[in-house]
Design a protein around this ligand. Sequence first.
Ligand SMILES: [Zn+2]
Length: 162
Amino acid sequence: MRKFTVDAMLGKLAIWLRLTGHDTRYSTEMHDEELLQVSLEEDRILFTSDAELYERAQNLNLESLLLRGSVDEGVARVFAEYDILPKIDPTTSRCSKCNGNLITLKDVDKDRVKGLVFEQTFDYYEEFWLCEDCQSVFFQGGHWKNIEVYMKRISDLIGRMT
Ligand SMILES: [Zn+2]
């Protein structure tokens, strides 16, 4: 699976790439130099909204995409260009916060998130996803609907592009 680097201006894109299971480096602290270096060393495609950075990537023969316009258009363009389905399957997602691996926890394994989420949440949901790196816990709560609505929007945008 392809790996990506995303510049500091495109944080939302980074989240959606991680949620769709793509190893995506993103940090507001990475400077241009570091973005280029990490992308080259780790064989990552660079997404940027900065024309100058894009040009530097071109000169280094680094695969890169210059994204202009709205965030949503950018997400749709990347998904279309790299054949990413606008569908989130949490069992294959990476941590949206840190890009870490998520472990699926259900049945007896659920106990591992006890104390990390509210008691009602723990009792109510049957499946949780725990980030091995930052210990964030994810579950298909009320916000899940928003994720689906957003993916539908991206799907519509892609439909209009092709
Ligand atoms: Zn994490």
